[in-house]
Design a protein around this ligand. Sequence first.
Ligand SMILES: Cc1ncc(COP(=O)(O)O)c(C=O)c1O
Length: 375
Amino acid sequence: MSKLPNTPASIFSVMSQLANKHNAINLSQGFPNFDVDSRLLEISKKLLNENIHQYTPMVGLPSLLEKIADLTERNYQRKIKTSSELLITTGATQGIYTTINTFIGFGDEVIILDPSYDSYEPSVMVAGGKPIRISLNEDYSPNFNRIEDAITVKTKMIIVNNPHNPTGKIWREQEFEALETILEKYPEILLLSDEVYEYISFKHSHISINSRPKLRDRAIIASSFGKSLHVTGWKVGYLIAPEMLMSEIKKIHQFLVFSINSIAQYVISEYLDVVDFKEVAKMYSKKRTLFQNLLKASRFQILPSEGTYFQVVNYSEISDKGDMEFAKELIIKHGIAAIPISVFHKDGTDKKMLRFCFAKTEDTLTAAAEKLVHI
Ligand SMILES: Cc1ncc(COP(=O)(O)O)c(C=O)c1O
């Protein structure tokens, strides 16, 4: 018996393997290929010889919790209690999985907005819940009529992801207001807000659920230091939620992981004293501008990328093949790996879009663009 009978291997592994096989430039999976900050490495080397190798408290290293609380207050004017409203997790993935498995039971419905990140649906299914996948608008903004129409007595949770993977869309003030208006009518519905790209936004600032008093008391917010500090392999993230919700999440968390990697927590805690997240956004903004400018000479249509480190393009001027076929062809014939957007849709909606990850060195982006302009 399988709990996930129709879940194939992750598209990210499939595309990365194919990219390796064909020696292609890999702009598919969302991970940086540039050096991590040398200050982070120095702190790591220094701390490795210290007494940092045993279990930390279950909720997380106290100094790291304090620094996250400071960061949250500085950025979002929300005061959080480190003892009861914060939890360090093994990346956002575990935080999301644990949250869903804490609150979702057999038959509960969870609204997911498509295209959506691939971990939400299987986490709901393992919990015995029913994913209800609702399409975003054509421009990838949320469609509140569809969201409200999808709410039933069984709806237990809505998952939102902002800034959005794969489209790079950022919610505006009026979108939060629309969500608040709907949810006021349904006090029992929980909100899971995946904000792993919170520090990667460009023209429009990221609005966090942390700064929405009407939403945050029913919300669980997931963040990822893997994304914010470009150390995806460290797998350190955290959840923020009101005590009433967090106390339930902790009960599950303690039997899933208990406490997470001590070394990474100590190092990140010290690094947070020196890192400036505005610099992180600036660094990605530069890469985005470079990649977009280079692609202007191609036949790909460049869609807006307002946040994250993803650039979506439309290739309908080049081919009328389906996006999966086109993405495979791109690897095999042209040596570039991307992710077809249809895989983020439950119904396989295919608008001839690909997602490129621009968290890469300038050399990699330039080499990739040189190939893309000739297609
Ligand atoms: C939208 C979204 N949520 C969650 C995650 C997982 O984050 P982590 O690596 O911290 O588990 C990712 C990673 O790609 C993501 O894109």
